[in-house]
Design a binder for this molecule. Structure first.
Ligand SMILES: [Zn+2]
Length: 649
């Protein structure tokens, strides 16, 4: 044991708490070498990883994600949960993926290969090998670093669930052994699930990528060198600090374009790199414009884009399963050779995936455990950006007379959702993939849009900016978001978040009854006298001039969530009465006696509650007023649903 101790000490460097000048705490430093074997679809890799123990306790076990093992066979947790289908794409049974760790050792020290063991912290599935642990001969003490050297080989699957190859196109994501996140002294290192993305610590990457010279390469970060090798290959070196992952792509059919993006307020200078498959060049201008819009919108709404590059990858024909995916400073776009201009899928996907550079990339929430923090906040941001640049009425589709905004589009999915799951839940614990995506994307986005309408756009804008500023390059949780929202708004928002985030019920208010009838002459007996003989009535003129009408409006709570309501009643002369109701009881009746009839009534007349699950019941109309209450129309629901199945991003 003495020998081990000495060698371990050689591999452990005392860490000085002041970081290297980057924007994040540099918990990890990866120095990776990767060689793409295009014939065997394999990446041969060597990884030198330096990891800092930021906890208060000595750590003698390290845990790693081996994500590519999710595609190793049909019994992995990913394959069981997904039924071998991801976003409508089937896994190829001839081309499985896997990652093999050939050797892991402490630099200049002990070989740890013999201590490697697969663990299954989430489901105990013995066939899942997506998490590996190694045991150290001596612990890494608090504020100390350890450096490991890992030899590995990654066999890429036929493109599936974001990664892999099709022909000579390669999208290489989740390809190297990635250390988990040590949180409060406990490893957070989940298995790769069908409904979940990723979580890792910030640090610096330096990656050497060697590919056959004819391949065009794109990767996370900035390229610092490009070398032609004697064997006909080329080596590209990319570096990037303050990121938590590294992905790359290679294809000889890419055409590369570079354009500068700069903004004065806030100051942004970055280089946009487009790798567009030769057969999709017709889409280039749309990508360029949408990426410019994304950079401008997110920089002005949340904070200046902080990196020197942003790379958009347009996957090859047949590689759509690699499309619509985010990595730090690089994302994959939609992929198509033709899309009508009025169907704004390429724009939406570009803005969405770029946006993940903020909500996932810079603000590093845990995508396994609270996916709404990246997908929901990003869908909210994307909807606002699309409405800003393309107009709210046709931001999603403006084609052949059909105009659909992104927010109504998000609403359609919530209308269709069952009451199985809340928004905040572990990603793999949802009843289905559909329930996961409806909740963490659309319902979470509508939650934020509702909050914005309740608090005001200015307050919401400050909430988002503050959340971004306080949590950039860190790992916030839902409680951190709520804390910021309450601090900035000065309001107790527990009533709101407790319902919307944690309960699977729904918000649904409406008008259950609207009636208006004439106040009739007194008839029958009153105090022993016929009505007409009573002192109060005798001599009075009936019908009263002007004629009186009794109108009754019943507002009702059809859902379980309790939200304060506003109700607008419109009378036949165009006059209006606004009522408020705390929304607690199941219904509330409002009665008016006036010379005019109530002709329409509507809850939420300002359309603040975009979370309302059914807006067809929001208003009732007896007859047209001079200024009629607009009735919502909900055509195309089935059509929307079909389209929606294409856009779970
Ligand atoms: Zn997304």
């Amino acid at each position: 044991m003495k020998r081990s101790a000495l060698l371990l000490i050689a591999g452990v460097l005392v860490f000085s708490v002041s970081s290297s000048g980057g924007l994040s705490r540099q918990v990890v430093a990866y120095d990776l070498k990767a060689r793409l074997q295009t014939d065997t679809k394999t990446v041969e890799g060597q990884e030198v990883l330096t990891w800092l123990n930021e906890s208060e306790d000595p750590v003698s076990e390290l845990q790693f994600h081996l994500y590519m093992n999710a595609f190793k066979n049909n019994r992995t947790t990913f394959m069981k949960e997904s039924g071998r289908t991801h976003r409508g794409f089937k896994a190829d049974e001839e081309n499985w993926g896997r990652i093999e760790v050939r050797k892991i050792s402490i630099r200049d020290g002990d070989d740890l290969t013999g201590t490697m063991a697969f663990i299954r912290p989430d489901d105990q599935n013995p066939d899942d090998q997506t998490v590996m642990k190694v045991t150290l001969p001596l612990p890494v003490n608090p504020r100390e670093k350890i450096t490991l050297v890992i030899d590995f080989a990654t066999k890429l699957p036929k493109v599936f669930a974001r990664s892999g190859f099709v022909g000579d196109f390669f999208m290489v994501g989740q390809w190297f052994p990635k250390i988990g996140v040590l949180k409060d002294g406990v490893w957070n290192c989940h298995q790769y699930h069908a409904q979940s993305e990723f979580f890792a610590d910030y640090g610096a990457f330096r990656v050497e990528l060697t590919v056959p010279a004819r391949y065009v390469v794109g990767a996370t970060g900035k390229r610092i060198s490009e070398t032609q090798n004697a064997d006909g290959s080329k080596t590209y070196v990319h570096v990037q600090e303050d990121v938590h992952d590294f992905a790359w792509t290679a294809c000889p059919e890419f055409v590369e374009f570079r354009e500068k993006f700069s903004l004065k307020n806030p100051p942004v200078e970055t280089e946009m790199i487009f790798l567009i498959h030769r057969r999709h060049l017709g889409q280039k201008d749309r990508y360029v414009r949408a990426l410019r819009q994304g950079l401008e919108f997110y920089s002005t709404s949340y904070g200046p884009y902080p990196y020197e590059t942003i790379t958009l990858v347009d996957p090859a024909p047949g590689a759509a399963a690699a499309g619509g995916m985010e990595y730090p400073t690089l994302f994959t776009a939609d992929t198509t050779s033709f899309m009508p201009r009025g169907v704004r899928m390429p724009e939406m996907v570009t803005i969405h995936e770029f946006g993940h550079g903020y909500w996932y990339g810079i603000v590093g929430s845990n995508e396994f455990e609270e996916a709404w923090l990246d997908e929901g906040i990003n869908s909210y941001s994307e909807a606002k950006a699309m409405d800003k640049y393309y107009g709210p009425d046709g931001s999603m589709i403006d084609f052949l007379g059909l105009r659909i905004g992104e927010i109504p589009f998000q609403r359609m999915s919530v209308i269709a959702s069952g009451r199985f799951d809340p928004i905040d839940k572990f990603s793999w614990a949802y009843v289905s993939g559909g329930s996961y995506s409806l909740n963490v994307y659309q319902k979470a986005s509508l939650m934020l849009l509702t909050l914005e309408r309740l608090l005001g756009e200015d307050v919401m804008s400050r909430i988002m900016k503050t959340y971004y500023e306080e949590w950039k390059f860190r790992h916030p949780t839902t409680k951190d978001f709520i804390r910021v929202a309450e601090k900035v708004s000065g309001k107790d928002l527990a009533w709101f978040f407790d319902q919307v985030l944690y309960s699977p019920d729904r918000l649904d208010y409406g008008i259950s009854d609207l009636a208006s009838f004439e106040v009739l002459d007194p008839l029958g007996m009153f105090d022993g006298l016929p009505a007409k003989e009573t002192p109060a009535v005798k001599g009075a003129k009936f019908p009263a001039a002007p004629k009186q009408f009794r109108s009754e409006v019943v507002a009702a709570r059809f859902g379980e969530w309790i939200f304060p309501q506003e109700i607008l009643v419109v009378f036949s002369d165009g006059s209006r009465v606004r009522e408020t109701w705390d929304g607690r009881d199941r219904w509330k009746r409002f009665v008016y006696v006036k010379p005019v009839k109530a002709v329409s009534a509507e809850v939420d007349p300002d359309r603040k509650l975009v979370l309302d699950a059914n807006i067809t019941n929001n208003s009732r109309v007896i007859e047209r007023a001079r200024r009629p209450v607009l009735k919502y129309t909900l055509g195309f629901v089935g059509w929307f649903q079909a389209l929606l199945s294409l856009v779970s991003l």
